[in-house]
Design a protein around this ligand. Structure first.
Ligand code: B12
Length: 211
C-alpha cells in the first residue's frame, strides 16, 4: 500500500534510505510522479521550511532533509519528462562575482527544488554576464543572487544593470538575499524581491510568478 505521507515524514526525518525505498515502491505501484512529488517530497520539504522559519530546525537538519528529498527526486526525475509534469518555473541561482560563500545559496537552491522549481545552479563568483547568458539560454523566469560580503553586494546592482543593457530585464524577476542584504537594499538596487531565509525564498518565488 502506497504511503505518500510516509515519504513526507521520512523527508522531514532526513531518512534518505526510506525516502528512496518508499518512492520506488510508489513508482512500482503506479502512483504518478506528480502525486509522489506533491504529496510526498514537496509536502515534506514544506514542513521542513516551516520548521526552519520557526527556528525548530537549523541548517544541518535542512541539509539532511534536502539530501533525503534528492534520493526521491533521483528516482522520479527520469519519469517526469515521460509524464509531462511541468516544473513551477526555472530559477537560475548563483553567488555574485567575487563571493565564494555558497552554503546559504545551496540551501535556497534545495528549498526551491523542494518547492517544485527547476534550478539551474551557476555556483559561485558569478559575473553579471553569466546571469544574463542564463536568462537568454535557459529561459529562466527568476534569477536569484546571493551575497555574503558587503564588498560584493554592489555586484547585485551591476547584474541588474547588465540585464537592462542586454534588453532582458523585463523577461525575468530578480530575487536577492544573503546575510548583509535587506529589503531596503533590494528596493535601492531595483530587485523584484528579497527574502531573509531559504524557506521564505520559495514563498517569494511563487509570489513573483503569481503562483
Ligand atoms: C562559512 C563562512 C566562510 C567560508 C565559506 C564556505 C562556503 N562554502 O560557503 C569561507 C571560510 C570560505 C569564508 C571566506 C571568507 N569570508 Co566568510 N563567513 C562564513 C560565515 C562563518 C558563515 C556564512 C554561512 O554560510 N552562513 C550560513 C548560511 C545558511 O546563511 P546565509 O549565507 O546568510 O544564507 C541564508 C540567508 O541569508 C538566505 N540567503 C542566502 N542567499 C540567498 C539568496 C537569495 C536569492 C535569497 C532570497 C536568500 C538567500 O537564505 C539562507 C538560508 O536561510 C560568515 C559569518 C556568519 N555567521 O554569517 C562569514 C562572513 C560572511 N565571512 C566574512 C569574510 C570577511 C570572509 C573573507 C573575506 C575572509 C578572508 N579575509 O579571507 C573570505 C571571503 C572569500 C570570498 N571571496 O567569498 C565576513 C563578511 C563581512 C562583511 N560584512 O562583508 C563574515 C560575516 C564573517 C565576519 N563576521 O567577519 N567564509
Amino acid at each position: 500500500m502506497v504511503d505518500l505521507q510516509g515519504i513526507a515524514e521520512a523527508v522531514i526525518r532526513g531518512d534518505r534510505d526510506s525516502v528512496g525505498s518508499m518512492t520506488q515502491a510508489a513508482v512500482d505501484e503506479g502512483v504518478s510522479a506528480e502525486q509522489i512529488i506533491n504529496e510526498g517530497l514537496i509536502a515534506g520539504m514544506g514542513v521542513v521550511g516551516t520548521k526552519f522559519k520557526a527556528n525548530e530546525f537549523y541548517v544541518p537538519e535542512v541539509l539532511i532533509a534536502a539530501r533525503a528529498m534528492h534520493a526521491g527526486m533521483n528516482i522520479i526525475k527520469p519519469l517526469l519528462a515521460a509524464s509531462g509534469v511541468q516544473p513551477r518555473g526555472t530559477i537560475a541561482i548563483g553567488t555574485v562575482k567575487g563571493d565564494l560563500h555558497d552554503i546559504g545559496k545551496n540551501l535556497v537552491a534545495m528549498m526551491m527544488e523542494g518547492g517544485g522549481f527547476e534550478v539551474l545552479d551557476l555556483e559561485v563568483d558569478v559575473a553579471p554576464e553569466k546571469f544574463v547568458a542564463a536568462v537568454k539560454d535557459s529561459g529562466a523566469q527568476i534569477i536569484a543572487l546571493s551575497a555574503l560580503l558587503t564588498t560584493t553586494m554592489p555586484s547585485m546592482k551591476d547584474t541588474i544593470e547588465a540585464l537592462k543593457e542586454a534588453g532582458v530585464r523585463d523577461q525575468v524577476k530578480v530575487m536577492i538575499g544573503g546575510a548583509p542584504v535587506t529589503q531596503n537594499y533590494s528596493d535601492e538596487v531595483g530587485a523584484d524581491g528579497y527574502s531573509p531565509d531559504a524557506a521564505s525564498a520559495v514563498d517569494k518565488a511563487n509570489e513573483l510568478l503569481g503562483l
